[in-house]
Design a protein around this ligand. Structure first.
Ligand SMILES: [Fe+2]
Ligand SMILES: [Fe+2]
Ligand SMILES: [Fe+2]
Length: 165
């Protein structure tokens, strides 16, 4: 714990730590969803979608890393037991329903939209009150928006491919 980290924020610490731990749990679930999806993916645009999923898995893990560091800096403890990830996550893990790329991308798009809302909310909460958490959340928000856009683009491309074939 960094002593000043707790002192300078103008938000309820317990509430903030709870929210950061929810986001932290969600990132591990997002990581696994992409990591597994990259291996299962079959069908249209498999090679490029699988590569993008692998890259996003890496980025979700980086988000988990940033959140864990911030939680510790604030004197909290990142979720200790993976059993609790699903319990505290508000953005839920979407177990792959099918292995085809359209289903997987559609499921990941839904997850990304939830993640965008999550970081928009953390930014709103921290704006002007906790600059460091704001900065971390704004960075993650930027990447979640990119992820959302890329999932939308894949679906659009697959739809167009279907129309011309
Ligand atoms: Fe993320
Ligand atoms: Fe994401
Ligand atoms: Fe990407």
């Amino acid at each position: 714990m960094a002593e000043t980290a707790q002192k300078i924020i103008k938000i309820n610490l317990a509430e903030l730590l709870q929210i950061l731990n929810e986001a932290y749990a969600e990132e591990w679930l997002a990581y696994y969803q992409y990591w597994l999806g990259a291996k299962l993916a079959a069908g249209q645009m498999r090679t490029s979608i699988s590569a993008e999923f692998t890259e996003h898995a890496k980025e979700e893990l980086e988000h988990a890393d940033m959140l864990a560091n911030r939680i510790i800096q604030l004197g909290g403890t990142p979720v200790l037991n993976p059993d609790d990830w699903s319990k505290i996550a508000k953005c839920k893990y979407e177990a792959p329903q099918e292995e085809d790329t359209i289903t997987l991308v559609t499921q990941n798009l839904a997850s990304e939209r939830c993640a965008v809302g999550r970081y928009q909310n953390i930014c709103d909460l921290c704006f002007g009150k906790d600059y460091e958490t704001f900065s971390i959340s704004a960075h993650i928000l930027k990447e979640e928006l990119e992820h959302e856009q890329e999932m939308e683009d894949f679906l659009k491309d697959m739809d167009l491919t279907k129309k011309i074939s």
